[in-house]
Design a binder for this molecule. Sequence first.
Ligand code: PHE
Length: 476
Amino acid sequence: MSEPKVWAKKSTFIFAAAGSAIGLGNLWKFPYMVGENGGGAFVIVYLLCVLLIGLPLMMSETIVGKYSHGNAIDAIGVTAERSGASQGWRGIAVLSMVVIFIILSFYSVIAGWAFDYTKAFMMGDMGHSAKEVGAYFGDLLADPKRLIIWHTVFMFLTAIIIARGAQEGIEKALGIMMPVLFILLFIVVGYSAFATGAFGKTLTYMFSPDFSKITPMVVINAMGQAFFSLSLGMCVIMTYAAYMRKDVSITESSIYVSGLDTLMALLAGLAIFPIVFANGLDSGSGPGLLFVTLSTAFTQLGTMGTILGVSFFFLVIIAALSSSISMVEPFVKWCEEHLGWNRFAVTFLYCFAVWAFGLITVFSFNIWGKVDVLGTGKNPFDLLDFVTSSICLPIGGLLVSIYVGWVMNKDISREQLSTLSGALFGLWLFVVRFVAPVLITIVFISSVLGEEKMNALIQQILAIQNEPLLVLTLIV
Ligand code: PHE
């Protein structure tokens, strides 16, 4: 057998996994989720979710990948074989590849918006008033041609980076992209901290939680967001872990990656909210927060606003690119290793297929905007987003935790987590076996049931707790 391909530098796994984790989930989704879910209340629950579920699951995926040094499907195959378990568990990786294909198809379209915004800020096309900026966003979404152009540019760049190969392509690209990302975000945070006069208010908003705002739905949203943001349940981290050098610690790397991802999300909040507050804008305006609200603020700042606008949306592109390449790698690696296909050809074919599928999302913002798919009340994009993010991600995470916690031979984990003390290893195993699956199941059920039914169910359960007789009957 040939030597497994591994990253040249010790730090590359951390760069690559953090690059995958940090993306639209941090810069676009996290701030608006904070705004919509009670500010500090959401932040504290989110932090707990990262610590209690995210980190242990990231370690689990990393163990499987690092142990086998292969693509995710074979990685599960190899560990299952050593554990005397069914090869059917490889289905987890197959499922996740289908899901990432769909996620990437709409991720690319949304990342394309950032290209358009970068160009608009450069050219001064954004307008000056809130109304003009709002209209700009509306016009962009209404124009399939423009959306397709940027979607194409984004997928093409993704394909070029991946086609160059895991070592040269990803390692070099990330070595430049990740530090630039940090520097640019710090510049915007610096501006927000010193020039807006609303930094204190932002700190209170984000970090002094009003505990009465922690509702079941806030917990559920925070957990879903943690999964998406940490790229978990998708075998993406598992795939990157296959390139991990033997001398790199899984625990340490996972702590760095989830820490960096969380730091980036918090920094995005610290960059955005002071501008929102200083301009009297609405922090709970939803998905438009980044594209409409923040741009409105930028356009009112003259030349400084142009510089900030260009830097910020360029930053979004970089972050999205380092995530999108991680979504292409699992399939390409499998084709390369398993079918022996040419990496370049596979990459371009796959990216073309994703691009074509992405047209569904493009048209969902205009000509198909009002189409109600199968009576779900959702247009095609909303449905794809819902099915992948709210249903498939939790299932993926659940399956990984069951596989690593219950099915896979414990010796594999023990060997791989050799730097952990006995007690810490026991704690990790307990979380992976019990805490994570139970919590994820709750998220999954709730996302299927929807907010109202979930709240009603929780009320019922709480009521049952107060009725000893009913509890007894249920137990019997
Ligand atoms: N974590 C990425 C983000 O925050 C998105 C992602 C999800 C990447 C799933 C890979 C797999 O934008």
